[in-house]
Design a protein around this ligand. Structure first.
Ligand SMILES: Nc1ncnc2c1ncn2[C@@H]1O[C@H](COP(=O)(O)OP(=O)(O)OP(=O)(O)O)[C@@H](O)[C@H]1O
Ligand SMILES: [Mg+2]
Length: 457
C-alpha cells in the first residue's frame, strides 16, 4: 500500500504552493452545488492557470462532506447552494472559524425558497443567485476578494473569538462543569436583566461554543430579537399556542421555533407585542404546564438554557421558570429602595412559594462606589452570595445593545470582563477560552501577500 494516501488531517495536507508569477497561490474554490449546469461556468472561468487568481479545486455534491472536502482541498472559499442534500447551516461557521485560516462561504441562492436571511445570519459573506452562467459567475471574482479581506480583518482583530484549539479542548474536558438552566431575574424593571442574560448566552454559546439556548420569556415584552436583530416571526407565543393545541412539545417542534445566532447559540425569541402575554396559553395552569414542558425540552436539547425573565412573579411563566431553574441570578442596582423591594419579594418566594434559597445568587449591576453603598452592605441586606459586580458603564452598554452586537463580543473592557467572571461561575473553562481571544494571527503568508500586496490592510 502506498504511504502517500491522502488524509483529511489539516497539518498533513500541506500542498506545494501553486507556482505563479508573484509566487503566491491562487484562492482555492469548492463548488458545493447541486447541478452540474451551475458548476460548469465555474469550472470554465476558474480553470487551472486562469488570470483571476482563483482555482476551482473540487465539486462537492454531499452537504455531509462539505467541511471535510473544504479542509482537505485547502479551500479558501466555498460557493454553496443551501439546498444541497445533508447540508447543515452550522457548517458555515465551522468553515469560517477553521483554525488554519478562514474559509469563507458565498451563498448560491436558489430561485425558490427563502434562504437569504438565514444564510447571512449563519455567516455567508456574500451571495449570488442561481442558476449560474458565465455573466453572474464573473461577479464572484470581486465578491471573493472583498469577502476574503473582510474575513482576514475579523481574524486579526482583538475581539476575534477563535474556535477552541485541540490542546485547550483537552484542558476544558478535564475541568468540571454541569449542564444548567439559568434564570436571570429581578424584582425591578430596567436594572439589567436582559443585558446580563444576553451576554451570558453569548459567553456560553458563542465564545465557549457550548450548545446554548437563550429563552426570552419576559412576559412584559421581549427585547432579545431587537437587540440581536432577529426576525420576531418565530417566537415563544407560537410555541405556546402549539402546546395548547397538541398538549405536548417534541424537540422537533421546538427546533422549528429557534433562531440560530452564531456558533452554538440559538434564541427562542420572546413575545414581540406586550398584549400577547394576555393570551390563554400563558395563563394559570396552562401557562405553567407550557413553561415546564418548554424548559424540560430545551434542557434536553442543550448544555445551557439562559432565561431572561420579567419582574412580575404573578406571571405563571415567570414563576414556573424560577421554580425550574438550577440557578437564579438576581440582578440589582446599588439603589436602596430597589434593594429593599427586591429583598421583600425574595422573602415571599422563599417562605410562601417555598423556593429553595440556595439557588439564588446576586449580580450587582451598574455599581459605582459614589452611589454610597458598599458591596458588603448590599450582600448583607440581600442575604445572597454575590457572583458578579458589573460597573456602571455610562453609554457603552446601551450603545452596544443598539449596535446589535452584545458587549462581550464587542472588544472587551471592564463590563465584559465582569460578565466573564459571572460566566466562569457557570462554566469554569470560560476563563481560559476568554484569555485566548485575539491571540490568533492568520497563517498563509502567500494569501495575505496576494490580497494586500505584502502590506497590512
Ligand atoms: N452596567 C451598565 N452600565 C450602563 N448601562 C447599563 C448597564 N447595564 C444595563 N444598562 C442599561 O440599562 C438599560 C436597561 O437594561 P436592560 O434592558 O438590560 O434591563 P432589564 O432589567 O432587562 O429591563 P426590563 O425590566 O425592561 O426588561 C439599558 O439601556 C442598558 O443599556
Ligand atoms: Mg429586559
Amino acid at each position: 500500500m502506498s504511504t502517500t494516501l491522502p488524509t483529511s488531517t489539516p497539518e498533513l495536507t500541506t500542498r506545494p504552493e501553486l507556482p505563479t508569477p508573484t509566487n503566491t497561490r491562487a484562492l482555492r474554490l469548492v463548488a458545493a452545488l447541486r447541478q452540474w449546469g451551475d458548476v460548469q461556468p465555474l469550472s470554465n472561468l476558474f480553470a487551472p492557470g486562469n488570470a483571476h487568481g482563483i482555482q476551482m479545486v473540487t465539486w462537492c455534491q454531499d452537504g455531509a462532506r462539505l467541511v471535510d472536502d473544504a479542509v482537505s482541498f485547502e479551500a479558501d472559499v466555498v460557493v454553496l447552494d443551501p439546498s444541497l442534500p445533508s447540508f447543515a447551516l452550522e457548517d458555515i461557521q465551522r468553515l469560517l472559524h477553521y483554525e488554519a485560516r478562514p474559509i469563507i462561504t458565498i451563498g448560491a441562492i436558489p430561485p425558490h425558497g427563502d434562504w437569504g436571511s438565514a444564510l447571512y445570519r449563519a455567516g455567508i459573506k456574500g451571495h449570488i443567485e442561481l442558476p449560474l452562467n458565465d455573466d453572474n459567475a464573473r461577479r464572484l471574482v470581486s465578491l471573493f476578494h472583498g469577502a476574503m479581506q473582510e474575513a482576514l480583518r475579523e481574524r486579526s482583530s482583538a475581539s476575534y473569538i477563535p474556535q477552541i484549539a485541540p490542546q485547550l479542548a483537552q484542558v476544558i474536558a478535564t475541568q468540571g462543569w454541569q449542564r444548567a438552566v439559568i434564570a436571570v431575574w429581578s424584582a425591578k424593571g430596567g436594572v439589567g436583566k436582559t443585558t446580563v442574560a444576553e451576554n451570558l448566552a453569548m459567553l456560553l454559546g458563542v465564545v465557549s461554543n457550548r450548545k446554548t439556548i437563550l429563552l426570552d420569556a419576559n412576559m412584559a415584552g421581549g427585547n432579545a430579537h431587537i437587540h440581536l436583530r432577529l426576525s420576531p416571526q418565530r417566537n415563544i407565543a407560537g410555541l405556546a399556542r402549539l402546546f395548547e393545541a397538541q398538549k405536548r412539545l417534541d424537540p422537533k417542534d421546538v427546533l422549528g421555533y429557534l433562531t440560530p445566532f452564531r456558533n452554538n447559540l440559538q434564541v427562542l425569541v420572546g413575545i414581540p407585542r406586550q398584549f400577547m402575554a394576555g393570551e390563554m396559553c400563558f395563563q394559570g395552569a396552562q401557562g405553567r404546564e407550557f413553561t415546564q414542558t418548554l424548559i424540560e425540552t430545551l434542557h434536553s436539547m442543550s448544555d445551557f438554557v439562559v432565561m431572561d425573565l420579567g419582574q412580575d412573579t404573578n406571571s405563571a411563566v415567570h414563576l414556573q421558570a424560577l421554580r425550574q431553574a438550577d440557578e437564579i441570578l438576581v440582578v440589582v442596582n446599588s439603589e436602596k429602595a430597589s434593594l429593599l423591594d427586591t429583598q421583600e419579594v425574595l422573602e415571599t418566594l422563599w417562605e410562601h412559594v417555598q423556593m429553595d434559597r440556595s439557588r439564588f445568587r446576586l449580580v450587582l449591576n451598574r455599581f459605582h462606589p459614589e452611589h454610597g453603598l458598599r458591596r458588603k452592605e448590599i450582600v448583607e441586606v440581600m442575604k445572597l452570595p454575590e457572583v458578579g459586580v458589573i460597573p456602571e458603564a455610562g453609554e457603552k452598554v446601551t450603545a452596544s445593545l443598539n449596535s446589535g452586537v452584545p458587549i462581550v463580543l464587542n472588544g472587551g473592557g471592564e463590563v465584559a470582563e465582569s460578565l466573564v467572571r459571572v460566566g466562569t461561575t457557570l462554566y469554569p473553562p470560560l476563563e481560559q477560552i476568554w484569555s485566548q481571544r485575539g491571540k490568533f494571527k492568520p497563517k498563509g503568508k502567500g494569501l495575505r501577500e496576494k490580497l494586500f500586496g505584502g502590506k497590512r490592510p
